[in-house]
Ligand binder design. Structure first.
Ligand SMILES: [Zn+2]
Length: 306
C-alpha cells in the first residue's frame, strides 16, 4: 500500500483504508456466528522509520477516518472497539513554553540556547534524519513535495530508525461496564488478547458465556440451546509487524436465534507515549482520545460474536 499522500486517488489506485475496512466489515457482519476483523494502519510505522513525521501524521489521520467509518457501522452496546499499538517510535516533541497553535511540523519558537540555531519541534532519537554537518529544520517557502518528504532531525545516525520501548496507550469502546472494567489501568501487552477473548466469549471463555446465557434464559423461562462454532476471521491493511490470530477461536451462538447478537471490535495502533511514562488509558470513546494517540497508530481489530 502507498502512503496516503502518495496514493493514486483515481480508479486505478488502491481504495482508502477506511473503504477496505468497511467492506471487510460488511462481509463479516453477514456471519451470524460472529467475526473478528483486524485492520492495521501500518504505514504510520514506516514513515517514522524514515524520520518523516509528515507522512506519519497523515497516516494517523487515515486510521482516525477508518475508525470513524467502522464506528458508524456498528452498535457499541454489543460491539467492542480497542485501539492500541504494538510499539512506539523514538519521536519526541520538543519545546519549552511553546504557544498553542505553533506548527507541529515547524520549529520551536526559541532556538537552541547553545548554538543559537533553530530545531524542529518533532525530533527523533535515531534514524536517517541525523546529520553531522548541519541540523535538519523545516524550510521556509517549501514546495509540497519538499514538505511531504522532509526528514526531521535525529540524534544518532541510522539508515532506518528504530522502534521505541515505552508504554503505549490502549483505548476501548464497547458494552458499558465490562469494557471499562477490563480496559483500565496499566497492564502487560499479553493481557490485551485475553481481555478481548473474555468480551467476545472466545476460547476458554466460550463455556462461561454459554453457562451465563443459559442461566439468563432459564430465569426468563425461555427454551434455548447453545452451540459453539468458529468465528469468521479477516484482516486488511498494511502490516508493520506480524500479528497472529487464533483462527480456531470458538465463539458462542444461539441456535434458536433468539439471543441478541453481540459484537466486539478492537483497534490497535503504534502509539507514542510521552517520554516513557506509563500511559495506558481507557475511554468509552476512542475518537476523543486519538489526540493522544496521534503519533503512530498502526492497527485495528474487530471481533464480533453472537
Ligand atoms: Zn516498524
Amino acid at each position: 500500500m502507498e502512503f496516503e499522500v502518495d496514493r493514486d486517488k483515481g480508479q486505478n489506485g488502491d481504495p482508502p483504508l477506511s473503504e477496505m475496512a468497511v467492506k471487510a466489515l460488511s462481509i463479516l457482519q453477514k456471519n451470524n456466528k460472529g467475526f473478528f476483523l483486524f485492520v492495521e494502519s501500518g504505514r504510520i510505522d514506516h514513515a517514522h522509520h524514515y524520520n518523516n513525521p509528515y507522512r506519519a501524521l497523515e497516516e494517523t489521520l487515515v486510521l482516525e477516518s477508518t475508525l470513524e467509518a467502522i464506528m458508524s457501522k456498528v452498535d457499541l452496546s454489543d460491539t467492542l472497539i480497542v485501539v492500541t499499538a504494538d510499539h512506539s517510535h523514538v519521536m519526541t516533541m520538543g519545546g519549552l513554553a511553546t504557544p498553542r497553535g505553533n506548527d507541529i511540523l515547524g520549529v520551536d519558537v526559541k532556538p537552541s540556547d547553545v548554538d543559537g540555531l533553530p530545531y524542529s519541534t518533532l525530533l527523533y532519537g535515531n534514524g536517517p534524519g541525523h546529520s553531522a554537518e548541519h541540523r535538519l529544520v523545516p524550510m521556509v517557502n517549501a514546495t509540497d513535495a519538499e514538505t511531504h518528504n522532509r526528514l526531521h532531525g535525529a540524534a544518532v545516525p541510522r539508515q532506518w530508525a528504530t522502534h521505541g520501548g515505552e508504554d503505549v496507550a490502549v483505548y476501548a469502546a464497547g458494552p458499558q461496564g465490562i469494557t471499562q472494567a477490563l480496559f483500565s489501568g496499566t497492564f502487560d501487552q499479553s493481557y490485551v488478547p485475553h481481555a478481548i477473548a473474555y468480551v467476545a466469549c472466545l476460547s476458554e471463555h466460550a463455556e462461561r458465556c454459554r453457562r451465563q446465557d443459559a442461566e439468563a434464559i432459564n430465569r426468563s423461562n425461555s427454551d434455548a440451546t447453545f452451540v459453539a462454532s468458529k468465528a469468521g476471521v479477516l484482516g486488511v491493511g498494511a502490516s508493520s509487524q506480524g500479528c497472529s490470530v487464533d483462527t480456531n477461536a470458538v465463539t458462542r451462538t444461539a441456535a434458536t436465534g433468539g439471543a441478541k447478537s453481540g459484537a466486539a471490535i478492537v483497534l490497535a495502533s503504534s502509539v507514542l507515549s510521552d517520554n516513557g511514562s506509563s500511559k495506558q488509558t481507557n475511554n468509552t470513546n476512542p475518537l476523543l482520545n486519538l489526540g493522544y494517540a496521534l503519533i503512530a497508530a498502526a492497527a485495528m481489530l474487530v471481533v464480533a460474536v453472537t
